[in-house]
Design a protein around this ligand. Structure first.
Ligand SMILES: [Zn+2]
Ligand SMILES: [Zn+2]
Length: 220
């Protein structure tokens, strides 16, 4: 589903999957490949939208929880794209891909990066995204913010009327409060979370931040 000139959303397809975002610009970038079992359906959806999987240049993630990055390797094999970590993904790799799967009763994931995103930004051509470290749900949570269009791809930091859980290894309620407070200062036209519905319109996004602050964060 096309969201803006250069940005597509592929909603989560089942349990242990996540929303996948594809930047189709001079570079084609997949943010959060999701679960391997749903990859064939994702590829089909890309092709329907006229995106050739072979054109994928970069495969990256908001954070390395298994529901967001399990399909990275298979997608790399199909597309030839490079898996790029944020430096913080590397730093907290063990917590994300060994401790979290263990707690959830899932096999640990082996994921090898081909290189790194710039610490601060991702430039795909027409679009430039600032990378905002937003810990709390996980220590390696990165939000991708395009100031020009007002797009925030926020992983599991904040959802429609909820937040990501803070009880997984590396989670921290105080950090999540701080991260959401910071994000709420941005002008956001498209709030694009890792699960459930997206929110569009600056007023609706603002109201969602207020709702979450008043009804969710106060109990953390
Ligand atoms: Zn997560
Ligand atoms: Zn998730």
């Amino acid at each position: 589903m096309k969201l803006t000139d250069n940005l597509y959303l592929y909603p989560e397809k089942g349990i242990f999957d996540c929303n996948t975002y594809v930047i189709n610009d001079n570079l084609t970038v997949v943010i959060d490949s999701g679960s391997t079992q749903f990859l064939p359906a994702l590829i089909e959806d890309l092709v329907k939208d006229g995106i050739d999987p072979k054109d994928i240049d970069i495969i990256t993630n908001t954070h390395l929880h298994p529901d967001h990055c399990s399909a990275n390797i298979a997608l790399k094999e199909i597309s030839g794209g490079e898996i790029l970590f944020h430096p913080l993904h590397k730093k907290f790799y063990d917590a994300a891909l060994k401790d979290v799967p263990k707690l959830l009763g899932l096999p640990s994931i082996e994921l090898k990066e081909d290189g790194y995103l710039d610490n601060n930004k991702l430039n795909s051509g027409e679009m430039e995204f600032e990378l905002i470290h937003s810990p709390g749900h996980s220590p390696d949570s990165i939000c991708f913010y395009c100031r020009k269009v007002g797009i925030l791809i926020c992983g599991d930091v904040i959802f429609n009327q909820n937040t990501g859980r803070v009880d997984l290894p590396g989670g921290n309620g105080e950090q999540l409060k701080h991260s959401i407070e910071e994000l709420s200062q941005l002008i956001i036209e498209y709030l694009l979370p890792g699960h459930m519905d997206i929110i569009t319109g600056t007023e609706k996004v603002k109201n969602n931040f207020e709702f979450v602050k008043q009804n969710i964060l106060r109990w953390l």
